[in-house]
Design a protein around this ligand. Sequence first.
Ligand SMILES: [Zn+2]
Length: 367
Amino acid sequence: MRYYFQIIVCILFISCSTKPKKQTQIDFTTVDSFFIVKEKLQKEELPSEEEWDQLFNSTGYKVAGRDQSREGYIKLIKLAYYPPSQSEKDSILQFTLKEDLSNMQDYFLKITLENFIKVGEMEKELLTYREQYDFDQKIDAAKEKLKGFLIDPTDSLITVPSISAAIFEPEAYAYPSGIVIDLNKAFQDPDEELIGFFSHELYHMYRSKFENKEYANYNGFTRAIEKLHNEGVADLIDKQDTVFQSALYPKQFTDIYGEAFISTNQTLEQFDELTCKFVKGEVSEEEYNSTTQNMFVFGGHPNGFSMTRSIVKNGQKEALVANFANSLAFIRLYNEAAKVQSKYVFSDELMAYVDQLDDQFFENKNM
Ligand SMILES: [Zn+2]
């Protein structure tokens, strides 16, 4: 009897282990609904309203808010796959990004369309990948990587939110309700990069649990330095020497990103001058807030990363990571580094404002 039981257990074990891996932590409803409409369009058939509903009600698009731009998205998906749309498609693919990035939103239509086209060309590979790739293992590795990066982390706060795969621009984002990653980006990224990416996003989730919300949203200054600090530290997790490189983005995009990184000194100088005028009341809060909102492009990544790299180069990585939730400490650490590295040094006036905010919002100074 026991012998037969063992055989049954073995058979069960073998049949389970040969099945495709079951992804328990990733939601693929957006990807699956996307491929249904794509297929139809390629056959020159128009998807039904229900099929579009299914796509825009799917988790990935919902979490990423793409249901808010449903009409624009439908247009773009049709341009990518519906044969009669050829000429309009070509005109979007010709778009170029203006140096001042003022047409970034339109430019993202081109990037998204290019990604849709690539997804169409690689459907088979992407579907096999969707079935077989072990995302769960990468997410677990990402948690470990984040634990290794943080100093004395609170493990129970390193939590994996809902993670969905979608098809949009070759990007991935962390939203309050979860992480959404483009399937093609995930497919193109080497394992280490994907683990790094998940770790980067889990870091944002972790940091948000320590955030002083009143301080973080106080004004254009705190919002800007929170952005620089948050992304600058997160980029230390998954970016090494290359600032930004992706075969899925047009070269023009990566070039402008690189230029923003290189001109960090000038951007910080403008930020300093404007902040001092604002503190003295020479610039209205409204004007100050709207100018600083657009000062640090690409979500603050290039300038934030330049600043945290200076701090690390100055031997202060531990202090930087220990103060991961305090962007005022980050500004002080940056200034120490800047003094010895001939980088832009913030004025005494600006640093006095940093002290003032510290007194106003944080009872126990960390530094
Ligand atoms: Zn980030």
